[in-house]
Design a protein around this ligand. Structure first.
Ligand code: NOJ
Length: 558
């Protein structure tokens, strides 16, 4: 059966529920708040919503540690309001995809509670357990990292192993201690995953974003890692030996429902991705969230901070555009709940609106299915809090300690502020009113103090606002040149400009982006001087031979 390709011209809006909109006054975003705002979301022109996890969770990693796959977190609502949101979104013409987090569960999930109590429980083998290295006396010494089953690091908290006395074994946790890794080599676990998928698909959801799905198959024998200086183990669980096989099993469920599958894939390159997303018989995923373009100012997703390098960003975007052409489909994003705000990173807070518009057109006019993250459309920026304790994100705490050891406290705090995921997780700024219109109660987290200037209400009816610009660019994505056209990069080595052309059936679109506040002389390329060229989108009036700060101009040629 040829699968439908309805996802190809879509733009999704991502909701991180805790900070989207509070509907019941307890200070925490929820499904009642989301219900209120569905018309707003639709008014952006998007055709789908991706929900970050809505399931019950102790929130060690804000929902990415799931304690029950078949329910809604009571902080966010219940199944009735979820169904209401889902049905209304469908009525408005929007698809809905859920986050499927199955590389790990919460340590409070009943499977893990049974697994850690009793080696003979059928749930024990749902997780990855190993004995520690023992002393001559046969004792294991959990407090001694040298006794860990191998030398792998956790990406969030120390080493990747945690000792459990009841079973005298260690369990693997690539993320936090409270996120034990599931054992997908156990067929019973894979059956559970399929059951979870079916449960939500039966309710009517349209697909899944699969969290760190490329980590689910670990190298046999879990060998020590003598290659990586940090994040030891990554090479042994990223794109592991049975990944394709397991993804195929999950894919078959997706095919029963013609649903959409998007896999999160850290450390991915187009070459490595094609075996999984290449269109054809053995395709596993419709597309991947890859990270290369998000590492133009850092390495290893914010771990090592570097100055912004436009050429690095362009190389990443262009290689995914070119290498997937005619073979696979791209996912386009520049923000989500895991990265600081893009204007604070690749743009300029002094030119918040100009650079925000430029960044919007820069990625949304490439080929692929696009994602806009809550608050991105109004140009929310990073926060800066006084102390580490003011931050909530588990990842920044570990990074801070490493940085403190390397560079001292002051610099460590500076890096933490710059890179922290919390900057993307402050409540959405709906108005200039109390608590930015997010809640009538006490907000669960700080609100960015720029909310009186940066909020939805003030931008809604302003033709020149960033919000209005997002609407225009999202609408323009329906142009067949943007949906189907080939991609061609110009000015490849330019330090400040990103210029590309899209072509389809004799029609062309040219996107010119300046990444600097300095004026840049730029003449349109050959063939773009003719009278049948018109400017269709831009963040400044008219056209000059010198590009203005963070100017973006989009031209069309028939
Ligand atoms: C990726 C998610 O997007 C992130 O928020 C989470 O912390 C990790 N996976 C672990 O689930």
């Amino acid at each position: 059966m040829k699968r439908k390709q309805w996802y190809k011209d879509m733009t999704f809006y991502q909701i991180w529920p805790r900070s989207f909109k509070d509907g019941n006054g307890d200070g925490i975003g929820d499904l009642w708040g989301i219900y209120e705002k569905l018309d707003y979301i639709r008014s952006l022109g998007v055709d789908g919503i991706w929900f970050s996890p809505l399931y019950p969770s102790p929130n060690a990693d804000y929902g990415y540690d799931i304690a029950d796959y078949y329910n809604i977190n009571s902080e966010y609502g219940d199944m009735d309001i979820f169904q209401k949101v889902l049905d209304r979104a469908h009525e408005l013409g929007m698809k809905v995809i859920m986050d499927l987090v199955v590389n790990h569960t919460s340590d409070e999930h009943p499977w893990f509670l049974a697994a850690k109590k009793d080696k003979n429980s059928p749930y024990h083998d749902y997780y990855i357990w190993r004995e520690g290295k023992r002393d001559k006396d046969g004792m294991s010494h959990p407090e001694d990292a040298k006794k860990n089953p191998n030398n792998w690091d956790s990406l969030f908290e120390g080493k990747a192993w945690e000792y459990v006395e009841e079973v005298d074994e260690y369990y693997l946790h690539i993320f936090a201690k409270k996120q034990p890794d599931l054992n997908h080599d156990n067929p019973a676990v894979r059956e559970e995953v399929k059951k979870i998928m079916r449960f939500w698909l039966e309710k009517g959801v349209d697909g899944f974003r699969e969290d760190v799905i490329t980590f689910i198959s670990k190298e046999e024998g879990l060998p020590n890692d003598y290659v990586m200086p940090a994040a030891k183990g990554l090479g042994y669980y990223s794109n592991g030996p049975h990944l394709h096989e397991y993804l195929q099993e999950y894919r078959r469920v997706a095919e029963e429902y013609d649903c959409f599958l998007l896999g999160e894939a850290p450390q991915m390159t187009p070459k490595k991705a094609l075996p999984f997303i290449g269109e054809g018989k053995e395709q596993d995923l419709d597309m991947m969230f890859h990270f290369q373009h998000m590492e133009a100012d850092c390495l290893m997703t914010d771990y090592l901070q570097l100055p912004f390098n436009l050429r690095k960003m362009k190389r990443a975007f262009s290689s995914w555009q070119n290498d997937l052409e005619g073979k696979g489909w791209n996912a386009l994003y520049i923000e989500n709940h895991d990265h600081p705000r893009i204007i604070s990173r690749y743009g300029d807070e002094q030119y918040r609106v100009e650079s925000g518009k430029m960044l919007a057109a820069m990625y949304l006019l490439q080929k692929g299915t696009a994602f806009v993250y809550q608050g991105q459309e109004i140009g929310m920026t990073n926060i800066s809090l006084p102390t580490l304790e003011d931050y909530k994100d588990i990842q920044v705490k570990q990074n801070y300690n490493t940085w403190k050891g390397l560079f001292g406290e002051k610099k460590a705090m500076k890096l933490a502020r710059k890179s922290c995921r919390d900057s993307a997780r402050t409540p959405v700024q709906w108005s200039a009113g109390e608590h930015a219109g997010f809640t009538t109660g006490t907000p669960w987290f700080v609100i960015n103090e720029n909310y009186p200037q940066v909020n939805v209400e003030s931008q809604l009816d302003d033709e020149d606002s960033l919000l209005s610009f997002y609407r225009k660019v999202i609408a323009y994505r329906k142009n067949p040149v943007i949906r189907y056209g080939t991609y061609w990069e110009l000015e490849k080595n330019h330090r400040n400009l990103y210029v590309y052309e899209r072509s389809y059936k004799g029609k062309k679109v040219l996107v010119v982006c300046s990444f600097t506040k300095k004026p840049v002389c730029y003449a349109l390329p050959e063939g773009w001087q003719s009278p049948n060229v018109s400017k269709v989108l831009g963040n400044y009036e008219g056209r000059e031979d010198v590009l203005r700060p963070y100017e973006v101009a989009v031209y069309e040629k028939a």
